[in-house]
Design a protein around this ligand. Structure first.
Ligand SMILES: Nc1ncnc2c1ncn2[C@@H]1O[C@H](COP(=O)(O)OP(=O)(O)OP(=O)(O)O)[C@@H](O)[C@H]1O
Length: 573
């Protein structure tokens, strides 16, 4: 499978050539790209056999059943072969499309996970990309590409067979082909623009809907339901109008195709009939017999069959090109995680179990597009096994400093050292760090599943210990009707519905304690807790920090009190 570079998703405003190249690379992600087209070409060969069998059988009728039988067998075999090759072509095309889509979806997910901090791409845009836009490539790879390849050769096979039986009938087919191609080119040009607009409307609706669903509590809190519903209604109407436009062009082009296909068959039929009856009003250089006439007539509809197939898949091409423009414009992963051990500092490798020391050396962080640095000239050490607390006013860069260690904030100057070894650009300590963020991530699922995010192999005993240490026992007992195990099976939605803010923080802390990592990073772990709960949680945090190198960002004086060293970040300028 062809490897795709991150730049495959990175460029903006692609030229037609760049778009073609991108689609080609994606399509080749599936194996044996030409197999489906080869099967379709074989269908035309079988069609010639089928027509030959029919013509032979008709001619052989006066000679009796024994003479007819071989021709009938040819008809049956060719007919069976046609069914088989079309099935194989469909299966091969579908498999190729599936492979390509899986590859592309992996890349988009990687792009979403490692997108530039502060990138404008919203979750809705990414969802539209990973679902609708990738799906739009399906018909292009499964149907259009094989049909286009077969369409470039198969009609000429039919034309050649027809010409061998009747050059004049072959001439009729060629003559009807020219206006057909002109009509299809005109319809195709109109369809391209309409399809592009339809797809943009679809992506806008999907993205907007997904983003608003995510922000539903905010929408409800500000009473903006009507406004948002109205905006969604406008987007849906726009999509409906664009879809009707696309359908109109599709009907027009299929009407043109059917007209010329019927015209060519009718002309060939009239010609063959009049030729057989010697009634043609003009001289022709051939005299047909029944067999040749029947053969040509049976073959005439097959001349347009590959083009019919191509026309049926033409909308897939338009949709894929529009989707490609949007997919190409997606941001490339800004700072890929270190993919392999060489990018991981030695101090964090499993064969070096000692607790690591962290050091910030003249560190500056600046987000893309920001006028000033979020953090500049930051210098401090976190000795092995010690607790360092970052404190300072809101916006002074505490979270950014922690995010830098996880590859989530961009370093523009200075170095982060782990046991004296430089963290590579865009590198992350995530594999060796436990993390409890300011806004704990909750996934839709049980509390147990949320805990296992940090450590998928955690035993039930380890989970029980972590939740008890984090002070979640009373809540779990209440939820589980007196049984903690049942409480752990309580389902949460993706917003942590059913948990208070403090419980969410405790859950995040339990998760951090569950992961046996030598580094602990905590961002505002006691925010929004009352004094008693904070005191209880500080005790838990002290236990969690034991045997780990810990960095805590906080405004809390109680947490400052447990620090071995305090770093005060300055006021934001
Ligand atoms: N993803 C981002 N893109 C652009 N700017 C950002 C981003 N994240 C943070 N900033 C900016 O960086 C500065 C530092 O923010 P940060 O969240 O690190 O501060 P903080 O000290 O943790 O604040 P708080 O105590 O309120 O959590 C702020 O000016 C903030 O607006």
């Amino acid at each position: 499978m062809t490897a795709l570079s991150s730049s495959d998703l990175a460029s903006t405003d692609p030229t037609p050539r760049a778009r073609r190249q991108w689609l080609k690379t994606i399509a080749q992600g599936g194996r044996r790209g030409d197999a489906a087209a080869a099967w379709l070409m074989l269908d035309s060969v079988a069609a010639i056999g089928f027509a030959g069998g029919l013509a032979g059988a008709i001619v052989a009728v006066p000679a009796g059943a024994a003479a007819v039988l071989p021709w009938v067998m040819l008809v049956v075999l060719s007919g069976g072969l046609r069914g088989l090759v079309v099935m194989l072509a469909t299966r091969r095309g579908a498999r190729q499309a599936e492979n390509a889509k899986v590859t592309l979806r992996r890349r988009i997910v990687a792009s979403a996970l490692h997108r530039d901090p502060g990138a404008p791409t919203t979750t809705g845009v990414l969802m539209a990309a990973v679902v609708d836009e990738v799906d739009a490539l399906d018909g292009y790879i499964a149907r259009f590409l094989p049909a286009r390849k077969a369409g470039a050769i198969a009609p000429f096979l039919i034309l050649l067979a027809t010409a061998l039986a009747s050059p004049v009938a072959a001439g009729i087919l060629v003559v009807t082909l020219i206006p057909f191609i002109v009509a299809m080119a005109l319809a195709g040009g109109a369809a391209a623009e309409k399809s592009r607009r339809q797809f943009t409307a679809l992506a806008r609706l999907t993205g907007r809907f997904a983003d608003r669903v995510r922000a539903l509590p905010v929408v409800l809190a500000f009473g903006a339901e009507d406004r948002e519903a109205h905006a969604l209604g406008i987007a849906a109407d726009e999509l409906a109008a664009r879809t009707m436009g696309v359908l109109r062009v599709a009907f027009l082009s299929s009407g043109a195709l059917e007209f010329f296909a019927a015209l060519s068959v009718a002309l060939v039929a009239v010609y063959c009939g009049f030729n057989l009856l010697h009634l043609l009003p003009f001289p022709v250089p051939e005299q047909l017999d029944l067999g040749r006439a029947f053969f040509v007539l049976a073959l005439a509809p097959e001349f347009y069959a590959p083009m019919r197939r191509l026309a049926a898949a033409y909308h897939d091409k338009q949709a894929a090109e529009t989707a490609a423009d949007r997919l190409i414009a997606l941001p490339a992963p800004a700072s890929p995680m270190p993919a392999s051990l060489p990018a991981t500092p030695h101090a964090l490798r499993p064969d070096m179990p000692v607790l690591p020391a962290l050091a910030f050396r003249s560190v500056a962080i600046r987000y893309p597009g920001a006028e000033r640095c979020a953090v500049s000239d930051l210098m401090f050490d976190v000795p092995p096994g010690r607790i360092v607390v970052l404190t300072g006013p809101s916006g002074s860069g505490k979270t950014s400093a922690l995010h830098l260690l996880l590859g989530l904030a961009p370093l523009v100057a200075g170095d982060v050292l782990i046991d004296g070894e430089r963290l590579p650009p865009g590198g992350s300590l995530a594999p060796s760090a436990s993390w409890a963020g300011q806004h704990p991530l909750i996934i839709a699922g049980t509390i147990r599943e949320n805990l296992r995010l940090a450590c998928p192999d955690a035993t039930d005993d380890a989970i029980d210990r972590a939740v008890v240490q984090a002070g979640l026992r009373p809540m779990l007992m209440a939820r589980g009707g007196g049984r903690m195990a049942a409480g752990l099976d309580t389902r949460l939605d993706a917003r942590g519905g059913g948990l208070s803010g403090g419980e969410r923080r405790r859950l995040a802390l339990a998760r951090a304690m569950l992961k046996p990592a030598p580094i602990l990073l905590l961002d505002e772990p006691t925010a929004h807790l009352d004094a008693l709960s904070e005191i209880a949680l500080v005790t838990t945090i002290v236990a969690a920090c034991r045997g780990r190198t810990t960095l805590i960002a906080t405004h809390s004086d109680r947490l400052v009190g447990i620090a071995d060293h305090v770093v005060r970040l300055g006021d934001p300028a």
